[in-house]
Design a protein around this ligand. Structure first.
Ligand code: OFO
Length: 180
């Protein structure tokens, strides 16, 4: 059983994860509009990842006897000046998410909530990869030195990313995970 403070904090982060999905969907739409189909693909895969992060929290709350509260999701930005600017925004956002996950862990420690500490640990590890991915793509965009050909090559590479996490949660997360 989680305390109200812990449940509210996890619920808040669940909404932020869904905002992250919105943000990356918006970036995907923008990339598509610029003709960068690979960037659009990578970001749409990221949209699914973020929904998965949110759904894990949704189901964790339920497992603790708490009904998740579905709240308003803010409208994300819709335009960026360049692909580099867009991915710098991804990194900035992921660093913010890392800070929020760390705050969640702080609350789990304060509340002596060992189950939530184990649950949140998954996100601590995940954030290492999230920041690393953004950093990696920023370095690769910088290497293109604004050459359209080099950017198209990178775009082709980003087209290869596929969804590796469950996306159908209608029968619950465990059922979805067992199908993957
Ligand atoms: Fe959920 O990791 Fe990105 O935001």
């Amino acid at each position: 059983m989680v305390t109200k403070k812990m449940a509210d904090a996890i619920n808040e982060q669940m909404i932020r994860e869904i905002y992250s999905a919105y943000l990356y969907m918006s970036m995907s739409a923008f990339s598509s509009d610029m003709g960068l189909k690979g960037f659009a693909n990578w970001l749409m895969v990221q949209y699914h990842e973020e929904m998965y992060h949110g759904m894990k929290m949704y189901e964790y709350l339920q497992s603790q006897g708490v009904a998740p509260r579905i709240k308003k999701i803010d409208e994300p930005p819709a335009e960026w000046s360049t692909p580099l600017d867009m991915f710098q925004e991804v990194l900035k956002h992921e660093r913010k998410v890392t800070a929020w996950i760390n705050e969640l862990m702080d609350i789990a420690h304060e509340e002596k909530d060992y189950a939530s500490q184990i649950f949140i640990q998954w996100y601590v590890t995940e954030q290492i990869e999230e920041e690393e991915n953004a950093n990696d793509i920023i370095s690769r965009i910088e290497l293109t030195k604004e050459s359209p050909q080099a950017l198209m090559m990178l775009d082709k590479e980003l087209e290869a990313r596929i969804v590796k996490i469950p996306i159908d949660f209608s029968k619950g997360l465990s059922a979805a995970e067992s199908q993957n």
